[in-house]
Design a protein around this ligand. Structure first.
Ligand code: G4P
Length: 516
């Protein structure tokens, strides 16, 4: 796929609970943009074909997407960049970071299940960042919850206003179509996209009298009790436009994409070193939100994912790594369509570029083309909830062991803590699967067998005030330091933490989330 240099950019990620239909919707969007030619290219966990975003063997075994990939489509002269995010809850940390690189989020909700835990968690991150959220309520071809109930569920659980863009006429077997509330037309339901038909409501002769009456009643209700459309609220993430459809039946997907290119946010100014950096400015800048090692076993390399924020990226350009001031030439840059790499010659704000990394970059690094050494805001770090002591089974392999840990931690696969004096390694993860991936990758990529001893601690708190030299580790709490040598106390549970706070009122503790 060729990248259009002048086209406006819209960069988004889909957030959803596993199985809500994210992969199916992504595939249908790519089909509409002509990026793929046949269904099943992106999807097919059970059919033996694997999602194009599934690079790692472990993903294939589990049928879940562990890594995030980048896909592109051009639609109505807009270049749409889709950042894939793993839906599995154990990988939310990776997803959180990906969300820092997008300008818009699309929330896919299963109409049968409503809002699920994972959506809620990810969604809160978007709210925190004030990015627009577009909602696609999927699986309309099934008997789902009442549309009005789904709207109030979103309003109540997610504390944001909703604005339906279209309205379903029946669901499941009785699904007749969706009514476009702006244009007062009906897209009639057939399960073949090639028959897409949009007709004025008055001409819809497939509706029975009671269906028409029902629809008119609901439209009136929405008119009276619904929220007023506000572009401003959508842009700051306090109102979500809601679309109904079925990704599998390719129903309502094109209407969604038509509206998406208008409603999604364009790349906005971003904060770096206390100032707002405008995407229009000439000076190139961007940040790295993800590092992926050994993505392709034939390449044995590390790829840093760069989000371009201002200026223009050109292959071979000289850049400066803001953190150290080091100058580098970026001669190897790729765009990704999963494992197919294409060389990127130029990229504009909103684009994601994969750059070859021989170990220079860290997640959160800012790259600039010149001028002042600005630094984009620190990547969010999330408090891990599971901990394990890690050692190499074979002490002779310590060199590979340290290299593996260093690289995987730099990639953000897992968090690393060390105990004072003895410097024992403790891994911190948001979910159990992170340990399994770490174990698997140490074995497969670094040839090291590791031993993991799970600990009973559940909470990590950074000490922002107080003298830690007096803290004695015991079974309920353990003093460690993070990668930046900041003191952290691991507590067994909430109770142990409160007990500590009562006994040590001079201390101030913070969860990673708060120290962002
Ligand atoms: P995910 O990426 O969010 O995890 O969801 P995915 O697209 O993989 O979809 C999960 C399941 O839901 C798949 O079925 C998919 O076919 C189905 N699905 C997606 N959209 C719709 C829809 O609009 N209507 C209906 N009825 N089903 C939908 P599966 O049986 O788990 O997988 P497969 O055998 O189809 O591969």
């Amino acid at each position: 796929m060729t990248i259009s240099t002048a086209a406006p950019r819209r960069t988004f990620a889909i957030i959803s609970h596993p199985d809500a239909g994210k992969t199916t919707l992504t595939e249908k969007l790519l089909l509409l943009g002509g990026s793929i030619r046949s269904a099943g290219t992106v999807k097919g966990k059970k059919s033996g074909k694997f999602a194009t975003s599934d690079w790692m063997e472990i993903e294939k075994q589990r049928g879940i997407s562990v890594t995030s990939s980048v896909m592109q489509l051009v639609y109505n002269d807009v270049q749409v960049n889709i950042l894939d995010t793993p839906g599995h809850q154990d990988f939310s940390e990776d997803t959180y970071r990906t969300l820092t690189a997008v300008d818009t989020a699309v929330m896919v909700i299963d109409s049968v299940k409503g809002i699920e835990a994972q959506t809620l968690k990810l969604f809160k991150v978007c709210r925190m960042r004030g990015i627009p959220i577009l909602t696609f309520i999927n699986k309309l071809d099934r008997e789902g919850k009442e549309p009005l109930d789904l709207l109030s569920e979103i309003e109540e659980t997610l504390e944001m206003e909703t604005f339906p863009m279209n309205w379903p006429i029946g669901t499941g077997k009785r699904l007749k179509g969706i009514y476009d509330l702006q244009n007062e037309t009906i897209e009639t339901f057939t399960d073949s996209h090639s028959n897409r038909q949009i007709i004025p409501l008055k001409d819809a002769d497939n509706l029975q009298d009671h269906e028409r009456e029902n629809l008119e009643e609901e439209i009136m209700l929405l008119d009276e009790a619904g929220n007023d459309f506000s572009q401003e609220k959508i842009q700051n993430g306090t109102m979500t436009p809601v679309f109904f459809g079925s990704a599998l039946a390719n129903f309502g997907v094109q209407s969604f994409l038509d509206a998406f290119v208008n409603l999604a946010s364009k790349p906005k100014p971003r904060k770096a070193s206390g100032q707002m950096i405008n995407p229009e400015q000439d000076q190139f800048s961007g940040f790295i939100f993800k590092i992926q090692a050994n993505m392709n076993p034939n390449h044995r390399d590390r790829i840093a994912f760069l989000r371009v924020c201002s200026g223009e990226f050109e292959r071979g350009m000289e850049i400066i790594l803001s953190r150290s001031g080091k100058k580098m030439k970026l001669s190897q840059s790729h765009s990704f369509f999963a494992s197919d790499r294409e060389t990127v010659n130029t990229a504009r704000p909103g684009d994601i570029v994969g750059i070859y990394d021989s170990g220079n970059f860290q997640v959160g690094d800012t790259l600039i083309g010149g001028g002042e050494r600005i630094q984009y805001e620190e990547m969010p770090q999330f408090p891990p909830e599971k901990f394990a002591k890690v050692t190499a089974k074979n002490a002779m392999k310590h060199k590979q062991y340290h290299k593996g840990i260093e690289q995987l931690v730099q990639e953000g696969t897992i968090q690393l803590y060390k105990t004072p004096y003895f410097e024992d390694y403790i891994l911190g993860a948001v979910g159990e699967l992170q340990f399994q991936v770490f174990d698997y990758r140490m074995k497969n990529e670094y040839n090291v067998d590791i031993e993991l001893n799970h600990m009973t601690h559940e909470l990590a708190r950074w000490v922002t005030k107080g003298d830690v030299s007096d803290i004695v580790s015991d079974s309920r709490k353990m003093l460690v330091e993070d990668q930046q040598k900041r003191p952290v106390i691991l507590f067994e549970n909430e109770f142990a933490m409160r007990w500590f706070q009562d006994k040590n009122p001079g201390f101030e503790l913070s969860s990673g989330w708060e120290i962002l």
